[in-house]
Design a protein around this ligand. Structure first.
Ligand code: NAI
Length: 260
């Protein structure tokens, strides 16, 4: 029970990495705010947590929308009476296309969800962490934009993921003074539903032709990682076991990002 008595908020908690993280925090004793823009999926995850004996609050909200995020954070604060841990995970791949084909609206949507969403999540929750007198934040970035730059057409996505790591390093100093740690995890290919919201257009034109060797994720012989493997690292960074760690990107990619 690493997180007994702790209160955690996980964004994008209706699926994939966020869902695995919310369930894992609950298993380890935390009360969990389960936030995503899809009301059905957050209700389902909150119900699953309660069925397993944990405490959860379903928070339907769009991370890019200030009013709905403000309402969700207030609801969590009222229900649980505070906040200690924030996982800024909600994100989309968006449209992957050559830069001269990617439209301003497509660019804006990826930036709004991944980057403005991370900003709003932190902007609205840091006051609660400050009030608690301590806190841990984990931002879910990616190998894209941090040590991989070969995903054809993923310019907007990679820009948001690089920016998240910049935010983490910048804020590690600002928030360290008030006993709040902030770190990033940078997953490689992980089996989730993210491909459902990925539109690939003209990748041949944007990419350099390359065939990755078999076993291009060395530790798993080419198989993608699992959401639970990322959740384990998020829980570590949020826990007292990582009490002297702040401002780092932690790659969870089985070595994939070193090859790509
Ligand atoms: P997923 O598609 O399975 O889950 C994403 C979750 O975020 C869903 O619950 C969805 O409803 C929610 N969401 C999306 N837009 C939202 C918004 N505007 N407001 C609130 N909730 C929103 O995806 P996955 O793979 O679990 O992705 C989670 C994070 O992991 C993302 O930030 C993604 O960039 C990152 N990531 C994923 C990798 C992968 O291979 N799956 C690799 C590297 C990073």
């Amino acid at each position: 029970m690493l997180f007994a008595g702790k209160i955690a908020l996980v964004t994008g908690a209706g699926s994939g990495i966020g869902k695995a993280t919310a369930l894992a925090f609950a298993r380890h004793g935390a009360s969990v705010g389960v936030l995503s823009r899809n009301p059905d999926e957050v209700e389902a995850v909150a119900t699953e947590i309660r069925r397993q004996g944990g405490e959860a609050l379903a928070l339907p909200a769009d991370v890019a929308d200030e009013a709905s995020m403000r309402a969700a954070v207030e609801q969590l604060s009222t229900a649980f009476g505070g906040l200690h841990i924030v996982v800024a995970n909600a994100g989309i791949n968006g449209v992957w296309a050559p830069i001269d084909d990617l439209t301003p609206a497509e660019w804006d949507e990826t930036i709004a969800t991944n980057l403005r969403g991370t900003y709003l999540t932190l902007h609205l929750t840091v006051p609660l962490l400050k009030r608690a007198g301590e806190g841990a934040i984990v931002v879910v970035s990616s190998i894209n934009g941090t040590r991989t730059f070969s995903t054809a057409g993923a310019t907007a996505y990679a820009a948001t993921k690089a920016a998240q790591v910049a935010m983490v390093q910048q804020l590690a100093l600002e928030l360290g003074k008030v006993r709040i740690r902030i770190n990033a995890v940078c997953p490689g290919a992980i089996e989730t539903r993210i491909d459902d919201n990925t539109e690939r257009r003209g990748a041949g034109e944007a990419g350099i032709p390359v065939i990755w060797p078999q076993g291009d994720i060395p530790v798993s012989q080419g198989k993608p990682g699992t959401a639970d493997e990322v959740a384990d690292a998020i829980l570590f960074l949020a826990s007292s076991k990582a009490r002297h760690i702040t401002g780092i990107p932690l790659w969870i990619d089985g070595g994939q990002g070193l090859l790509r």
